[in-house]
Design a protein around this ligand. Structure first.
Ligand code: GAR
Length: 201
């Protein structure tokens, strides 16, 4: 049985999708050991409590980053997590944090990386005028929205779209993508050559 740690800052729909997948057996042999939020008012943390999961708020505001991160890492260790999923965690992890869990931290980003890293990726993509966008699940490394890609899903930008309708269709794909990516990583049947993740033959 693998233990997941979820880090979030807001709405938490990706977390809920992962939790639903575990409950439905779409992610076998896994449990969510702890959900950590850096914001007390994150709806995601309320959702975690409602599901009876261990939910911890570790506020980041007006605190030195190193001190905040030490507490988060301690909470993850205490709950013996095998894999960490960033699910709308709006903080850049320091190199120190990343090195505590090598190749064990995943992130989801609402664009086809390397296009549109950073904040409001869906709005950036829409404003740029791309005809295809999507989402990316990747390993977290020391750089923002940068580590080796586990999987991507594309979403067509339609003539009738605005930023919101596009973001909503991308989010639907995010919810599917995260479950698939967790299964790929937990299944272990892959190798990473350079930045390229591929099935082991
Ligand atoms: C998601 O769209 C996620 O891809 C994005 O934040 C949203 C969180 O939604 N993450 C990033 O932009 C990270 N760079 P959620 O709280 O409902 O899962």
């Amino acid at each position: 049985m693998k233990s997941l740690g979820i880090l979030l800052s807001g709405r938490g729909s990706n977390f809920v999708a992962i939790a639903d997948s575990i409950d439905a057996g779409r992610i076998p042999d896994a449990r969510i050991a702890v959900v950590v939020s850096n914001r007390a008012d994150a709806p995601g943390i309320a959702a975690a409590r409602q599901r009876g999961l261990t939910a911890v708020v570790i506020p980041s505001k007006s605190r030195p980053r190193a001190e905040h991160e030490r507490e988060v890492v301690a909470a993850l260790r205490e709950n013996k997590v095998d894999l960490i999923c960033l699910a709308g965690y709006m903080r850049l992890l320091s190199p120190w944090f990343v090195q505590q869990f090598p190749r064990r931290i995943l992130n989801i980003h609402p664009s086809l990386l390397p296009a549109f890293p950073g904040l409001e990726a869906q709005e950036q993509a829409f404003a740029y005028g791309v005809k295809v966008s999507g989402c990316t699940v990747h390993f977290v490394d020391e750089e923002l929205d940068h580590g080796a890609i586990i999987l991507q899903k594309s979403v067509a930008v339609l003539d009738g779209d605005d930023e919101h309708s596009l973001a909503a269709r991308i989010l639907e794909q995010e919810h599917i993508a995260y479950t698939e990516a967790i299964n790929i990583v937990m299944g272990g049947g892959f190798e990473i050559a350079g930045r390229r993740l591929r099935k082991k033959i």
